[in-house]
Ligand binder design. Structure first.
Ligand code: CDP
Length: 206
């Protein structure tokens, strides 16, 4: 059983995907952290995340050890992640790992941008979690403890734009995804909506 959870930055995908994994007893993979690791690896080596060759080299030699969650979550690393994520060879280098993770028993929940469309088009359950840009910026501002709402909003909008416009695996709801707008929902309500949607799909498939 594969549950794909896609959506734009700070929409609540991670929280919802983790809660779904806990609820169903499945494995969980935050695929954004892979792109963040590649982006941070380029920054640490003194490279430019917009340099495709530097990004490809970092993706092909990625060692997930040595990255702290704290270092990966900054918006600067999020921006670097979305720059390296534009490069098709970077995406290809990360594909096998994601696909084998998705096959783990008894099931797996993956969150990202292209799980339902490219990584696991066969996923039994596909959710597209979204919220207004303003709500997402408030949430990310609180999460990062950032002093400037305007800055966080601008960064999120820039990242959405890059993620949506790229040629390879753009941010896009799969045709068969259930869209959950969490703008007016607290965490509990959002998780409940996701569990209900997942149960509906699981029932329908089997
Ligand atoms: O947590 P947040 O939604 O802000 O971002 P993330 O999921 O950690 O993803 C960081 C960046 O990685 C995104 O802006 C995308 O550019 C890229 N990404 C991607 O291209 N494909 C994925 N499956 C996951 C992330």
């Amino acid at each position: 059983m594969i549950i794909a959870v896609d959506g734009p930055a700070a929409a609540g995908k991670g929280t919802i995907a983790r809660a779904l994994a806990r609820h169903f007893g499945y494995h969980f993979l935050d695929t954004g952290s892979l792109y963040r690791m590649v982006g941070l690896a380029v920054l640490r080596s003194g490279g430019d995340p917009a340099d495709a060759w530097a990004a490809i080299a970092a993706a092909r030699s990625l060692d997930p050890h040595g990255f702290q969650d704290y270092d990966l979550r900054t918006e600067a690393v999020g921006a670097a992640a979305s720059q390296v994520a534009v490069v098709p060879e970077v995406r290809a280098a990360l594909l096998d790992f994601q696909r084998s993770f998705a096959r783990r028993e008894p099931g797996a929940v993956l969150d990202g941008r292209d799980i339902g469309t490219v990584v696991c088009p066969e996923a039994e359950v596909k959710l597209f979690v979204t919220a207004s840009a303003e709500v997402r910026a408030r949430r990310r501002q609180a999460e990062l403890g950032s002093p400037s709402y305007e800055e966080v909003l601008a960064e999120i909008l820039a990242r959405d734009e890059r993620d949506s416009r790229r040629a390879t695996a753009p941010l896009l709801p799969a045709a068969d995804a259930v869209v959950i707008d969490t703008s007016a929902m607290g965490i509990e309500a959002a998780v409940q909506a996701a569990v209900e949607a997942a149960n509906g799909r699981r029932g329908a498939k089997g």
